[in-house]
Design a protein around this ligand. Structure first.
Ligand code: ADP
Ligand code: MG
Length: 238
């Protein structure tokens, strides 16, 4: 069964159809990469799944329950943005504990969960560091940890490593893949990097003008691009 079902979802901003009758079903534990040129609607789609943007029409369900109009904090989703927006006046531990405190978990349980997640993202022992003292890669790890600590059913990643250098980006995406598989967490990963999508995805959705051009396994997309647009888009990337 699909965990996430996006059915006929559109988002209209004035004259712009950012997302246009888009449908996608994502299986339990699947990692889907949304690939497409700038302005193709990837972020808008992700933000609608995360609850940061209201669909103009259509329906989104998770585990069969409609969440189309729920606020972000009521959804079983966790989102990591391109710019991580960590709280710089709090240390790493407090950044991660914040959401758990809102859930009124006992302090001991919060500590255990935060430490386990820091370990998972390779930041064991970093709890007392202020986030502005961390490198860009470490900050993105904290942002990822802050989502994971709330144990979301769906992980939403919007070009989380776009601002990092090539080497670090490659390392982090391997780590994300590893974490994603260990937790078996259903994931939507937005990127405009073809290499990233190829390395990460169970399935790639190529978007154009808010619609799907092709949705297939990575090897199929690259061997058998269904449209000239897909062929050109894949071909022009390095
Ligand atoms: P992508 O993430 O693929 O680059 P976006 O989802 O950010 O694409 O944008 C899709 C289209 O929607 C673009 O034309 C963009 O300018 C437009 N758009 C996105 N957000 C807004 C907004 N808040 N107001 C108006 N137009 C927007
Ligand atoms: Mg975007």
């Amino acid at each position: 069964m699909s965990v996430l079902e996006i059915t006929d979802v559109s988002k209209i901003f004035g004259a712009v159809r950012a997302v246009d009758s888009f449908s996608l079903n994502v299986a339990d534990g699947e990692l889907v990469c949304l690939l497409g040129p700038s302005g193709s609607g990837k972020s808008t789609l992700l933000r609608m799944v995360g609850g940061f943007e209201r669909p103009s029409s259509g329906r989104i369900t998770i585990d069969g329950e409609e969440i189309t109009h729920l606020p972000p904090e009521k959804r079983p989703t966790g989102m990591v943005f391109q710019s991580h927006a960590l709280w710089t006046h709090m240390n790493v531990f407090k950044n991660l504990a914040f959401g758990l405190k809102l859930r009124r978990l006992p302090a001991g349980e919060i500590k255990d969960k935060v430490e386990a997640v820091l370990e998972l993202v390779g930041l064991a022992g970093y709890g007392t560091r202020m986030t502005h003292q961390l490198s860009g890669g470490q900050q993105q790890r904290v942002a990822l940890a802050r989502s994971l600590v709330l144990e979301p059913k769906i992980l939403l990643l919007d070009e989380p490593f776009a601002s990092l250098d090539q080497h670090l980006r490659e390392r982090l995406r391997e780590e994300v893949r590893d974490i994603q598989q260990r937790l078996r967490i259903t994931t939507l990963f937005v990127t405009h990097g073809q290499d990233e999508a190829l390395a990460l995805a169970d399935r790639i959705v190529v978007m154009r003008d808010g619609k799907t051009e092709q949705a297939d396994r990575p090897d199929v997309v690259y061997r058998e691009p269904r449209t000239p647009f897909v062929a050109g888009f894949i071909g022009t990337m390095n």
